[in-house]
Ligand binder design. Structure first.
Ligand code: URP
Ligand code: ZN
Ligand code: ZN
Length: 477
């Protein structure tokens, strides 16, 4: 199958030009001006942007958590992602305490196999790493294409691991070219604060935020980076939410430490006041870290502009308001933590970033696609538009406006955190490895189109990270 995308404005992290793209099978085979060869399908992209498919490096499909399971499985969640212009997700498999890590990976393979609309890969959440298990991590890296792990400083008794385990995983990552992703929050102290609040009868959703101070996140970030320095490994801070935590990353990067971080749309567009909505509404926004005071948002945008933050992921972890968030009706600490967003990321960041003049159009592509590809071993197969790369391409209408609503979204969840938000910039047609899976906003793919992607190892110590140091962003802005 040959497809020609004509007349579009092609944007990558570094390019901005008008041209035509020839796709032969699953990959891009030629880029040029006014290409005229015979093809099976022609897409006219006049007036549209042609961008690399989005890569969401942080999703939780079909995830057992907080006494229930996230509402999107791999079928509904990836279909929604495709509608939003995301063509690859990196989801989190979870090792239960005492479980074989390879067995855990198997379970996640079963959850996703033959279900997805787009390509997918896995990070591994490691909850238990005695010395005898380190061989399994090496197998993940060398044979299974799982080249990143997430460790938790939060959720004591469930996912939290101690500093020795973190150091052990980082040392191994350093030796074998893997990345440690860190949920950086001092969960032990947070639990103490939660206990105090509950004893004082403070049970409403807003106490989720009031018991998770920004200092607890900043302390976690500082400790994660210090442990990574001791282990000689890079570290990637997930879902960074506030200026207190961002400062710790900035300080480290100014010293040349390979510390990387993502933020998420919820921290760029939503704030603490969401918890003060009437009744139990605030439960919709119970996610971890919590939403912060609004002034933090400007700091996060500055972090994105200055390259102290390299990625925007969603941390998509939806729970229905009606059936699932209610678990915490009388106790905020029992509200399942997480919110939906995989479908909205590209439009929200384009609108808030490019339309509202906070970042360049190239930076938009870089933080939503190219950097996650580079940091997680997917580049240049994914994350760019180049000859030989997978034809994961989005025809993006930069003028079209839509109003986000649970009534029209494709995520399997009964509310939207962004209900009523008007955004400019919409994924119109989406190709996943050359196949059109969304055409003019309509799904044309099928479950199982997506493929598991084994990721390569990651050399961020001596190679690629220098490309994404602060100076490069500074010289662009
Ligand atoms: O509230 C959140 N973020 N839920 C998902 C689990 C995690 O910590 O990423
Ligand atoms: Zn987390
Ligand atoms: Zn998460």
């Amino acid at each position: 199958m040959k497809t020609l995308i004509k007349n579009g404005r092609v944007i990558t992290a570094v390019d901005d030009y008008y041209g035509d793209i020839l796709i032969d099978g699953e990959t891009i085979s030629m880029i040029g001006k006014e290409l005229t060869m015979e093809v099976d399908k022609t897409i006219d992209a006049k007036g549209k942007l042609v961008i690399p498919g989005g890569i969401d490096a942080h999703t939780h499909m079909d995830m057992p958590f907080g006494g229930t399971t996230s509402a999107d499985d791999f079928q509904t969640g990836t279909l929604a992602a495709a509608h939003g212009g995301t063509t690859t997700i990196v989801d989190f498999a979870i090792q239960q305490k005492g479980q074989s890590i390879l067995e855990a990976l198997d379970i996640w393979h079963q959850k996703a196999a033959d279900k997805t609309a787009i390509d997918y890969s896995f990070h591994m959440i490691v909850t238990d790493l005695p010395h005898e298990r380190t061989g399994e991590l090496k197998q993940l890296i060398n044979n299974e294409g799982v080249t990143s792990f997430k460790l938790f400083m939060a959720y004591p008794g469930v996912l939290l691991v101690d500093d020795a385990t973190i150091y052990r995983a980082m040392s191994l990552a350093s030796d074998h070219g893997a990345m440690v992703c860190m949920h950086a929050e001092n969960g032990v102290v947070i639990n103490e604060i939660i206990d105090q609040a509950l004893k004082a009868g403070k049970t409403a959703p807003k106490y989720h935020a009031l018991t998770r101070p920004t200092k607890a996140e900043a302390e976690g970030v500082f400790r994660a980076i210090a442990l990574a320095e001791m282990a000689g490994s890079p570290v990637y801070i997930v879902h960074l939410s506030c200026y207190d935590a961002l400062k710790r990353v900035q300080e480290a990067r100014d010293l040349g430490v390979p510390a990387f971080a993502e933020t998420c749309p919820q921290y760029l567009f939503l704030d603490y006041t969401c918890y003060e909505k009437e009744g139990f509404e605030g439960a919709k926004y119970v996610m971890t870290p919590a939403l912060r005071d609004k002034w933090n948002q400007d700091e996060l945008w500055t972090g994105l502009r200055m390259n102290d933050l390299q990625v925007v992921s969603t941390d998509h972890c939806p729970f229905c308001f009606k059936d699932q968030k209610q678990l915490g009706k009388d106790d905020f600490s029992k509200i399942p933590n997480g919110g939906p967003g995989v479908e909205n990321r590209m439009s929200l960041i384009y609108n808030g970033g490019v339309v509202q003049n906070r970042i360049s159009i190239n930076r938009f592509v870089e933080i939503t696609s190219t950097n996650p590809a580079k940091l997680f071993g997917l580049f240049p197969k994914k994350g760019t538009i180049a000859v030989g790369s997978d034809a994961d391409i989005v025809i993006f209408d930069p003028e079209k406006k839509v109003t986000i609503s649970a009534k029209t979204h494709h995520m399997n969840v009964d509310y939207s955190c962004y209900e009523g938000f008007e955004v400019q910039g919409v994924a119109e047609t989406v190709l996943s490895r050359g196949k059109v899976v969304v055409e003019n906003g309509k799904y044309t793919g099928k479950a199982g189109d997506g493929r598991y992607i084994k990721r390569s190892t990651i050399d961020v110590k001596h190679g690629r990270p220098s490309e994404i140091r602060r100076e490069t962003a500074l010289s662009r802005s």
